[in-house]
Design a protein around this ligand. Structure first.
Ligand SMILES: [Fe+2]
Ligand SMILES: [Fe+2]
Length: 304
């Protein structure tokens, strides 16, 4: 029997969703009016994926949204970014950092407004999830650097979006989500297990579908879909999800924001070895984190 290239494609990112696609899709449809990226951000994603687009095209799109342009320059010129000298224009930022980096910064700068909702139950506050997301993003960036991978913007954005599925649950299935959070914190059972019972799917699955809807690259879909179990991904596509998995644990150790979904306190040795990192690398990052998070927060916390 032959298979079409489509069905033969080893797309691990879709595996987790095949059982309950309709359930997940319908939840996402219900929040599509809330959980959409701003028009300008979607345009930027499309543009960068188009091989014919130029830096000039990107500059034009960003120029139409002065507030976004200002936020991007704030990021680029922050201590967090650490470039020498002041960057005065988007054009210059694109020349120095590249299209892809500016795209990632634009997405990061537009995400904060999606993390709305405040304290909706004794053990969950959307603002705590945003704090956790910034902390994880910063840790993922430091880890990527430590592992010699570079890709600072991609790493940061991965950390920022990894728990986006929780926002889907919170906005589309709030009562069930609150039940799940409270049951998990009262019983100590893993949140994903309780989510599955009460909502029919986990935040990994909801998040992965949202990333698909946003047309994020497969690497980001994998992060949202596998950050609690990166070893379930094929070896060649688990690096970002592994980095975020470690970042998630480090933020739990430091009690940075909402970490009720992080399972256990130990970092799996297999994940650590896959990243070719040592425990002492993690210790160093834990020591650097508070200062780095402060810098990231100064830029992104007010990015609404
Ligand atoms: Fe998570
Ligand atoms: Fe997390």
């Amino acid at each position: 029997m032959t298979t079409t290239p489509d069905t033969a494609a080893p797309d691990a990112a879709t595996d987790a969703a095949v059982d309950q696609p309709e359930l997940i899709q319908s939840a996402i449809r219900e929040i599509s009016h809330i959980a959409t990226l701003p028009e300008v951000t979607l345009k930027i994603i499309q543009l960068v994926e188009d091989p014919d687009s130029t830096a000039q095209d990107l500059n034009k799109v960003i120029s139409n949204d002065p507030a976004l342009g200002a936020r991007i320059l704030k990021v680029v010129n922050s201590a967090f970014y650490g470039l020498p000298g002041q960057i005065g224009s988007i054009n210059r930022a694109i020349v120095l950092l590249g299209l892809n980096a500016v795209k990632n910064i634009a997405i990061a700068a537009s995400l904060a407004k999606l993390f709305r909702g405040g304290k909706i139950s004794p053990n969950f506050d959307a603002r705590e999830l945003w704090t956790h997301s910034i902390a994880s993003a910063t840790a993922t960036r430091l880890l990527a650097n430590k592992a010699g991978l570079g890709l600072p913007d991609e790493a940061f954005l991965s950390g920022l979006i990894h728990d986006i599925g929780i926002m889907v649950e919170m906005q589309a299935r709030r009562n069930e989500f609150v039940d799940a959070v409270e049951a998990a914190s009262q019983t100590g059972r893993p949140l994903r297990e309780v989510e599955f019972e009460k909502l029919g799917a986990t935040h990994e699955q909801f998040g992965m579908e949202l990333c698909k809807l946003w047309k994020f690259p497969a690497s980001f879909q994998n992060v949202a879909g596998y950050h609690h179990r990166p070893l379930d991904l094929p070896e060649g596509s688990r690096t970002l999800a592994s980095l975020v998995y470690v970042a998630d644990h480090l933020t739990k150790q430091l009690e940075l924001g909402y970490t009720g979904d992080v399972e256990g306190s130990e970092i799996d040795d297999k994940v650590r070895e896959g990243l070719k990192l040592q425990q002492k690398d993690f210790d160093e990052i834990v020591a650097q984190l508070p200062q780095a998070i402060e810098e990231a927060q100064a830029v992104f916390a007010g990015a609404v």
